[in-house]
Write a protein of this length. Structure first.
Length: 749
């Protein structure tokens, strides 16, 4: 859109110069550059050193923000009602945000708020690439974006972008993100693991203008029908997103008309600046300045995957030191110096993805009042070493389908450090922690004879961490989605060729402690009705053999993943005979499925190579929960009794972990605790601990000897070698702590 430049000082030569569509005739690129400059100069968003517009009339300011937030949530619900995807309707894998003309988030709906910053990064990339001049931005234009090498999480998260104009001036953007069950990747089509290159990662859109006047182009519609097995679901999601964006556009237009354009623009800037200041205030009030250290481990097992590039077929483990530095001003630096090298797999994180996972972590902790926006992130700085698993130098050729595996694990660890700081400041109830989840994805012919990807929603099956005053939430602890939901099993059974066998909580999944974590909910599924089905890993790449360090104050970490694929079972015969099927995991050492089913049991790790499935086969994924808090021997016996009554614990766990002697009444079925026997058993456990204990010096000497002689698995050696090659400071500190010579290297010959 071109306008005559009305600047009187450029009368002759500037008469035909095109005006920009931004504020005061500026181009969006000029607005973006100006905003960055004044922030760098003043440290305040848009250089707002004296935010007075909102403070002058707090009621008016609150009305504006409430209108924004309610409009966003209403638009999100509109999308849910239009969508045909269970991921949208059942587990709400979507979110909507309003952005300034230069691409900064002002307000966001509930949902997958990891995208609040990355949707803005997508807009800013389009601005920097001169979309305004070379592509054109007009009222009613529709743009798509999922080019996650530039901005975003993974290709399955598609952004629908709509500009909002007022009398020829672009005053805002609205962006909706929806996770798609089919993005055209290799099987299973959504988040495939046997996938190391961009070409197999799915179709990507880099801000293409896919429609005008609020209508998708016919050629784009046809391209989707040809590209996706589930094009009907993909396109219906787009219609839902367009409807939501149009709804938000209407709400913004009403706000501009009611409050005035100048007030709207000033208020949007101040909403971001005030959130920045409030975030600093919260950090000063709720945390203790200092240095917090933790460590993350990531296991990427790709050796047995069917990859066409043989060089990528190898197993690797990566270690990442997490150092969080909180300044007295409230500013926070998260430093991952020492992280290992990136690899040819789909698990690498990116700076955009790490910022996204930080954003969703903050929404559930520091910024939980509904006012989260770009300002929530401005007090933070991420130090992501170049060429590490968090910041590959060139992400363009890489697959990024499973970035969540690394980012979720990372910020589950970071939230443990934040909880430590909360505790020291006296905020005991607010402590929070999460654990990564693993699942199985499928592709093949469903029960209706349609070949397509088949992915179920298991995000809501993980138990959350304990705090210093209460047990964790059972289940429902997830980094990616604050309001977790597993959805209705009846809907999933209509959508996927399986029957759900269990929705029972697993007592053996918890992180024990004085306060335990929440319990996880295993998924147990009987394949039924489909054919030519291939199963594969989903959300793989986190910790498996090496448990994450999530316990606090003496609390234990959650359990290890129990995964089983039982093929050639007699399940259909048991159904025909009216005999029971396994409905819970049972004891991990002798699970119910091993006792009740005949068949071939395979216990793969968390990144299994693709495998065949047919009717009668059973899938089991029993994820461990997050960590507990405090010594398990200090757990109140009455809490254990209540857990036993509720089916959340067992007598075996009570005795072995908590030192509690209990019995179940034969007649009434109620549990009772024997106080005297419990006291004696706990004393016995403490004596056994003392007998096992060794001085720290002895432990250090033994460990140093093992290191010096390289008495560890070759994968561990390569893991340390990668980090030491990436970071001289990590190598120096490692050798210094263990008193190793400068020539020592960790490779195992």
């Amino acid at each position: 859109m071109e306008h005559l430049n009305a600047d009187p000082g450029s009368a002759g030569e500037g008469l035909n110069k095109p005006r920009g569509i931004g504020s005061d005739g500026m181009t969006l690129k000029e607005m973006l550059a100006q905003g960055r400059l004044v922030y760098e100069t003043t440290g305040c968003y848009r250089g707002i050193t004296d935010p007075h517009v909102l403070q002058r009339d707090p009621v008016k300011a609150e009305l504006l923000h409430t209108r924004m937030l309610s409009g966003l949530i209403a638009g999100r619900e509109k999308t849910r009602m239009i969508s045909a995807s269970p991921y949208v309707r059942e587990v709400s894998e979507l979110a909507i945000g309003i952005y300034t003309p230069e691409g900064d988030n002002i307000a966001q709906s509930t949902g997958i708020q990891a995208h609040s910053r990355s949707m803005g990064e997508a807009l800013q990339w389009m601005i920097e690439q001169d979309w305004e001049g070379r592509v054109g931005i007009e009222p009613g234009d529709l743009f798509w974006f999922n080019e996650c090498s530039i901005a975003g999480m993974h290709p399955a998260d598609v952004y629908d972008i709509l500009p909002i104009f007022w009398h020829g001036e672009l005053v805002a953007w609205v962006v909706t993100v929806i996770m798609e069950m089919d993005i055209g990747a290799i099987s299973p089509g959504c988040m495939p693991v046997p996938n190391i290159e961009r070409a197999t990662d799915g179709i990507r859109f880099a801000g293409e203008k896919v429609g005008t006047r609020d209508q998708l182009r016919h050629d784009i519609h046809l391209k989707c029908e040809l590209s996706f097995d589930m094009s009907n679901v993909f396109l219906l999601d787009r219609k839902g997103a367009i409807a939501a964006n149009i709804h938000i556009r209407g709400e913004v237009e009403k706000m501009v008309e009611e409050f005035g354009l100048d007030y709207f623009k000033s208020a949007c800037g101040e909403l971001i600046e005030m959130e920045r200041r409030n975030q600093l205030l919260r950090l000063r009030r709720m945390t203790v300045p200092g240095r917090y250290r933790n460590v993350g481990v990531f296991e990427y097992f790709m050796k047995d995957q069917p990859l066409t590039w043989l060089a990528a077929r190898k197993d690797v483990i990566r270690i990442a030191p997490f150092e969080t530095r909180i300044e007295t001003s409230g500013r926070v630096t998260i430093d991952l110096e020492g992280a290992g090298h990136w690899g040819w797999h789909s698990f690498n994180a990116t700076p955009s993805g790490m910022w996204g996972c930080l954003a969703i972590s903050l929404v559930q902790t520091l910024s939980c009042d509904g006012r989260a926006n770009l300002g929530s992130l401005l007090p933070f700085d991420l130090k992501l070493p170049k060429n590490s698993i968090f910041n590959p130098q060139d992400t363009r050729p890489l697959a990024q389908a499973n970035i969540w595996a690394t980012t979720i694990e990372s910020f589950g660890i970071w939230l443990t450090s934040l909880s430590q700081s909360y505790y020291m400041r006296g905020f005991r109830e607010e402590m929070l922690g999460f654990r990564s989840a693993f699942a199985i994805a499928m592709a093949g012919y469903d029960q209706y004879g349609v070949r397509r990807p088949m992915v179920s929603g298991t995000v809501g099956t993980i138990g959350a961490a304990a705090s210093a005053v209460r047990d964790g939430l059972s289940p429902g602890g997830a980094v990616p989605v604050p309001h977790v939901d597993v959805g209705n099993v009846e809907i999933w059974e209509q959508f996927l060729p399986y029957l759900d066998l269990s929705r029972r909580l697993n007592p053996y999944s918890v992180g024990p402690g004085k306060y335990r974590s929440g319990l996880s909910m295993p998924t147990m599924s009987l394949i039924f009705g489909g054919r030519d089905i291939t199963g594969g890993a989903l959300l793989a790449g986190g910790t498996y053999n090496i448990l994450p360090n999530l316990g606090l104050g003496g609390g234990y970490p959650g359990a290890k993943l129990v995964r089983a694929i039982i093929r050639n079972t007699n399940a259909m015969e048991l159904i025909a005979e009216g005999k029971p099927l396994p409905a819970q995991l049972g004891h991990p050492a002798n699970p119910d499925f091993a006792q009740m089913l005949e068949g071939d049991i395979w216990l793969p790790h968390h990144v299994p190579e693709p495998f065949e499935l047919k009717t009668g086969d059973v899938l089991v994924d029993a994820n461990g929960a997050a960590g507990g808090y405090g010594d398990p021997l200090e757990r109140e016996p009455d809490r254990i009794r209540q857990d036993l009554e509720d089916g959340l614990s067992t007598a075996d766990i009570a005795a072995r972990i908590h030192g509690v002697v209990c019995s179940c009444g034969v007649e009434d079925g109620h549990w009772t605790i024997d106080p005297a026997a419990t006291s004696a058993l706990r004393q016995q456990h403490r004596q056994e601990r003392r007998a096992r204990a060794i001085p720290v010096q002895t432990w250090w000497q033994r460990s140093r000897q093992s290191l010096a002689q390289r008495q560890f698995h070759p994968l561990i050696g390569e893991m340390y070698a990668s980090s030491m090659a990436m970071s001289q400071s990590f190598a120096d500190e490692f050798r210094a702590f263990w008193a190793l010579p400068e020539t020592w290297t960790p490779e195992v010959e």
